[in-house]
Design a protein around this ligand. Structure first.
Ligand SMILES: NC(=O)C1=CN([C@@H]2O[C@H](COP(=O)(O)OP(=O)(O)OC[C@H]3O[C@@H](n4cnc5c(N)ncnc54)[C@H](OP(=O)(O)O)[C@@H]3O)[C@@H](O)[C@H]2O)C=CC1
Ligand SMILES: CC(C)(CO)C(=O)C(=O)O
Length: 758
């Protein structure tokens, strides 16, 4: 970090406006070396000439600081205080990231949720979180008006404990005022998102914030409820600050307590000399785009995933956008309109958002299911989210490593009992016994209330084995932290099966139509489905289509997957004493090395072909010329043509050293899963169902294969990746989302009901 050198600045403030300037002033006045970097050359010039000036109570005080524009700055960055508007974060990071010292860090002194973007760009270890409620404005170049004190909280991101660097930073920032450290900055940022929604609404009119909040309590309360419904759902612990008490503004809060909280908040706001928000100032004084859409991007995103309404918040953000370049249209009537919206009776159909409603309407024309039915499914599943979590916890506690037959057997026994409890007895059941892998369970459930002409069953495909060895649960049991669940196999693919079962249960509970369904579960998917492949293919032939409850790719369904080849190259040489008779032997290890380099030439990233020699073994001792060497290879191909090309090349591998022999065994484990017309049509149906539920459904092409590859190759359409939302398959970071379980189960149920009616 450069600031460890006494001759270098202690802090670099990037964005030396109202907030950056206030803090830079305090640090510099306390004797810390400070450099301010600001994009506004007029501001920089003024600071160079007159120092950084803070105006308060009719007085002006100036301190000298080094001021520069980004272009003129030279040298590395150590401790960076970032105080640009949220929408400028990306551009500022383009400049910061290449200059930041390995032990430097960036503190987000901003409104909104910027830490994850910062962490993406400079790494989580160099990101520090902060919450700032200081009131200030730049009133002329180089001059910051102190508009009143407010909270300043610093901490490590993601709820990590307060660290020595945070303590040091807080100690330095006490030169400004009552800065504190916290291990829950996220709780403050969410609380500010609620308070900030009120502030944003006040910028729709030209009057003091306190008066507008006071006069438009219905709108203000409804806005905070929208924001805090989301944070509640995410399990955030909100933090009170200054005179804002977030708990009084949460959904279901006591109206009298909320009114008292409004009284305290507005009384305190009236004590601040800055009476209008930064957003108001950007519109009315600085005539520039507002920050609010960036602040609420994450909130909208979470709300959409959760199916929570954000009607008022969207109305505010859209209203602010309309006012960009048209500040003369600011009017209190906009807040009156918001009050009306907040007090209007709930629409007969619960809506996720205005936007979601629009997509719903367009989807309704094409899917026979009504949006009311889709919403009823979602609500029913939402009401059962904790039951789904409990089922996933119980299922995860059944370890089911692909190579532990006893564990697989016991897990399958548990699954039978659970399926009986959740879905009742099936109309037919078979267990296809397997000697060396887990057995295959097939359960058939007949159709109910269908109008479709196609009576063939829908195949609901999944695997119950996991890559996690027996014993993993001892050190890594099922865990839930708010919306996040972790544990061996939760993402791949235990949550997917729980979702499939609850989708069927929802349709039963709501009396909605359901096509004939076959639930088929194998226990060897993670090892290539060698013992279940034929049975899967056979079942797929008689099925209308298959829904594969494998995990989603970042929320996307998977409409193309690569084909997978598993090959072994075995080289046989001849052994000899490596010292006494060095030329007598033919080294299998040397030959394998030659072959590995040749194999690398088969890769073709443009065509989507990868080849990985993941395991090599060979020889016996260092003083013996190796008589045998083996390389194990994983090949992925995106097209049948590439599959042919690589297959042919492997078939003709010849030794470089003619005294050795090269043999290739193995073959294509899973064929290419191509996005056929019927796959595309099914994806389209799923997308329309998602639209009925008020969310988008992207699709993805992935390198990983599934049993869907076998089914598509049979000509049976597949909807794959309809399972868990989360990440970290086959890794210790494996996790899935509780809200994702609800959303995806609702999607599966809606698709099934639509198929029953088609
Ligand atoms: N002002 C306040 O009272 C409060 C503000 N906040 C939050 O603090 C953050 C900062 O706001 P505020 O201080 O008001 O903003 P200002 O607009 O006053 O200051 C930001 C400064 O950063 C400069 N800047 C923009 N992009 C860059 C860049 N890439 N590199 C260097 N400088 C850049 C701007 O220059 P230019 O003008 O040329 O773009 C401007 O001078 C925001 O997230 C805001 O919401 C939080 C609480 C209160
Ligand atoms: C009103 C204030 C200062 C509260 O923190 C703010 O965030 C803003 O200027 O938008």
């Amino acid at each position: 970090m450069n600031d460890t050198h006494p001759e270098q600045p202690g802090y670099t403030v990037v964005g030396a406006g109202a907030i950056g300037g206030t803090l830079a002033f305090a640090l510099a006045r306390a004797g810390h070396p400070v450099t301010v970097v600001d994009a506004d050359p007029t501001h920089v010039d003024a600071i160079r000439t007159h120092g950084l000036v803070v105006a308060r109570s009719g007085t002006r005080e100036s301190v000298p600081v080094t001021a520069t524009t980004p272009d003129e700055f030279a040298g590395p960055l150590g401790r960076v205080l970032l105080a640009v508007k949220a929408q400028a974060t990306g551009t500022a990071l383009d400049w910061i990231a290449p200059r930041l010292a390995p032990d430097g860090y960036v503190v987000s002194l901003q409104n909104g949720f910027n830490e994850s973007l910062i962490a993406q760009r400079v790494g989580a270890a160099r990101t520090v979180a902060a919450f700032v409620n200081i009131f200030a404005d730049v009133i002329e170049p180089g001059v910051i008006q102190d508009g009143g004190a407010g909270a300043l909280v610093i901490g490590e991101p993601d709820g990590a404990p307060v660290s020595p660097r945070v303590r040091d930073l807080v100690a330095d920032l006490r030169s400004w005022g009552p800065a504190v450290a916290s291990d829950n900055v996220e709780g403050y940022l969410w609380a500010k998102a609620g308070f900030g929604a009120m502030l944003a609404a006040t910028a729709l009119a030209d009057a003091p914030m306190a008066d507008l909040i006071d006069r438009h309590r219905p709108a203000m309360a409804a806005l905070t409820v929208e924001v805090f419904a989301v944070s509640d759902r995410l399990g955030v612990t909100l933090e009170a600050f200054d005179a804002f008490e977030p708990h009084a503004f949460r959904p279901g809060a006591d109206p009298a307590a909320r009114n008292a909280a409004f009284d305290r908040l507005t009384a305190w706001l009236r004590t601040q000399t800055k009476d209008r928000s930064g957003i108001w100032r950007d519109l009315a004084v600085r005539h520039r785009p507002v920050e609010a859409p960036t602040h609420y991007t994450d909130v909208f995103h979470h709300a959409e995933r959760e199916g929570l309404p954000t009607t008022l918040l969207r109305t505010v953000v859209n209203g602010l956008r309309q006012l960009e370049g048209a500040a003369h249209d600011m009017s209190e009537s906009r807040l009156e309109e918001l009050d009306r919206l907040a007090q209007a009776p709930a629409p007969s159909l619960p809506v996720n958002s205005a936007q979601a409603e629009a997509v719903r309407n367009s989807a309704q024309a094409e899917v026979v299911l009504s949006s009311a039915q889709a919403e009823a499914v979602r609500q029913w599943l939402d009401a059962h989210r904790e039951d789904m979590v409990a089922d996933l916890a119980a299922y995860t506690s059944q370890g089911s490593a692909s190579d532990d037959l006893d564990a697989l057997d016991s897990c399958l026994g548990w699954l039978r009992g659970w399926l009986d409890r959740r879905l009742g007895e099936p109309d037919a059941e078979e267990t296809l016994a397997r000697e060396e892998t887990g057995d295959i369970l097939v359960r058939r459930y007949s159709a109910r209330d269908t109008t479709t002409q196609d009576s063939r069953p829908v195949l609901l495909l999944g695997h119950y084995d996991t890559v996690w060895p027996t014993g993993t649960l001892d050190t890594w049991p099922f865990q839930r932290d708010g919306d996040r669940i972790s544990g061996p196999g939760v993402f791949d693919m235990k949550a997917g099966l729980v979702q499939a079962v609850w989708a069927l249960r929802a349709l039963d509970a709501l009396g909605l139509p359901r096509p004939a369904c076959t639930v088929m579960l194998n226990g060897d998917e993670e090892t290539g489905s060698l013992a279940s492949r034929d049975a899967l293919v056979e079942e797929a032939r008689g099925s209308r289509l298959a829904m594969v409850f494998e995990a989603a790719a970042d929320g996307a369904i998977k409409t193309a997957r690569k084909g997978v080849g598993l090959f072994t190259v075995t080289v046989t040489g001849s052994e000899a004493h490596a010292g006494l008779d060095p030329t007598a032997g033919a080294s299998a290890v040397d030959e394998l090395a030659h072959q590995i380099l040749r194999l690398a030439d088969l890769r073709s990233p443009d065509a989507g072909t990868s080849l990985n020699v993941g395991v090599v073994a060979g020889g016996t001792r260092s003083n013996v010329t190796a008589g045998q060497a083996v390389g194990r290879i994983d090949v992925r191909v995106a097209t049948a043509a590439e599959q042919r090309r690589v297959g042919e090349a492997l078939a003709v591998l010849r030794p470089v050293d003619p005294r050795t022999r090269v043999e290739v065994t193995g073959g294509w484990n899973r064929p290419v899963f191509e996005r056929t017309e019927s796959v595309a049509a099914l994806a389209d149906l799923a997308r329309r169902c998602a639209a009925l539920l008020g969310h988008d459904l992207p699709e993805a092409t992935v390198g990983g294969a599934s049993d869907g590859n076998f089914v598509v190759a049979e000509g049976t359409p597949v909807l794959d990746g309809i399972g868990a939302v989360g990440s970290g398959a086959h890794a210790r970071s494996e996790n899935t989302s509780v809200s994702g379980m609800v959303t995806r189960a609702a999607l599966a149920a809606t698709v099934l009901a639509a198929l029953a009616l088609e």
